[in-house]
Ligand binder design. Structure first.
Ligand code: SF4
Length: 318
């Protein structure tokens, strides 16, 4: 089966004027996802996961590497061909308020992508807006109102309606529930799950929250300092995390059952400065299992799963 999205050895560094150094945001990431899949990307803030999401959509250009969408080299496209592909790939942002123009009515916000792509006339667009509002659980009269008249959860529903307006295949959801109250988070997650089923969507779901990622993802990639250090099905990765970083993250998820035995791994130190990443395995300064080789050599990816159900980990212990 053709993969929906493939990234091959993608690199993105950002120069920092003040220091004359570069931020190593994404360092040779390779991954792929099938149509209909939800791929969770998880890691601490500053690990490069949002940059990776934008590289996947070609919202920013990589310094190196390949991005293929539906088998086509996305980086070789321009003009009309790129615009046509862009229709199929959308993004939902963390802060729905900042991403919605406060001067536009909801009807205008939702009709804008249709106008940009020259889809439908005035009547057809009004009908599409009404349908989108219904699909995301907002009342029809929301069309006449403005973003400030809505709650955070409702605003995120508007952001999601805008993302599905062009009937995309892939949505990158970048921390879509982090700014919301916990009680609202599950409503938005359930909406995303329902829309995925109804519309045959695929998601890249980016979050620092491991519990949220486990709930929504089919497969999960764990990122640390611009590297993917572990990937596997959500079931395998959460049941038996292989990388010491993943083990530490998972051990810190609050467990609703206080009687269940659990060993919390507390990580020492902070995430290193991405302008000066450590040599060898980027996790070695904080790793409780580090060996001398870890500060010298970057470990290759090893499959600790099966051929049919790969579980890849980059750690010298394997
Ligand atoms: Fe820890 Fe070494 Fe494995 Fe890196 S390679 S995670 S430092 S044991």
């Amino acid at each position: 089966m053709t993969q929906l999205l493939e990234l091959q050895d993608v690199v993105k560094h950002f120069p920092v004027k003040a220091t004359g150094r570069v931020v190593h945001a994404v360092n040779g990431v390779s991954l792929s996802m099938r149509p209909g899949e939800t791929l969770g990307i998880v890691g601490e803030s500053g690990c490069g996961k949002s940059t990776l999401g934008r590289l996947a959509l070609r919202l920013i250009e990589p310094d190196r590497g390949e991005v293929r969408f539906g088998g086509e080299n996305l980086l070789a496209l321009s003009g009309r061909a790129l615009r046509a592909r862009r229709r199929e790939m959308q993004i939902v942002f963390q802060d729905p308020y900042a991403s919605l123009d406060p001067r536009q009515s909801v009807a205008d916000i939702l009709a804008e992508p249709l106008k940009i792509h020259g889809l439908g006339n005035g009547k057809a667009r009004r009908e599409r807006v009404a349908k989108l509002l219904q699909q995301v659980g907002l009342p029809e009269d929301a069309a006449r109102r403005y973003p400030h008249e809505f709650s955070g959860g409702q605003r995120q529903r508007i952001g999601i309606a805008r993302a599905i307006a062009l009937e995309p295949k892939l949505i990158v959801a970048d921390e879509p529930v982090s700014a919301l109250d916990v009680s609202i988070q599950s409503q938005i997650l359930n909406l995303l799950v329902d829309l995925k089923r109804a519309l045959g969507l695929s998601y890249i779901f980016i979050s620092h929250d491991l519990a949220v990622v486990e709930y929504i993802s089919d497969r999960v990639a764990v990122m640390y300092l611009g590297h993917i250090v572990e990937t596997g099905t959500a079931a395998d990765l959460y049941a038996a995390p292989a990388h010491p970083y993943t083990q530490a993250l998972i051990s810190a998820i609050p467990d609703p059952d206080p009687d269940r035995p659990r060993q919390r791994v507390v990580l020492g130190g902070d995430v290193p400065n991405p302008e000066q990443p450590p040599t060898g395995c980027p996790f070695h300064p904080r790793c409780p299992k580090a060996q001398p080789i870890c500060s010298v050599e970057m470990p290759p990816a090893k499959n600790v799963g099966t051929e049919e159900r790969p579980h890849l980990v980059r750690c010298h212990m394997y």
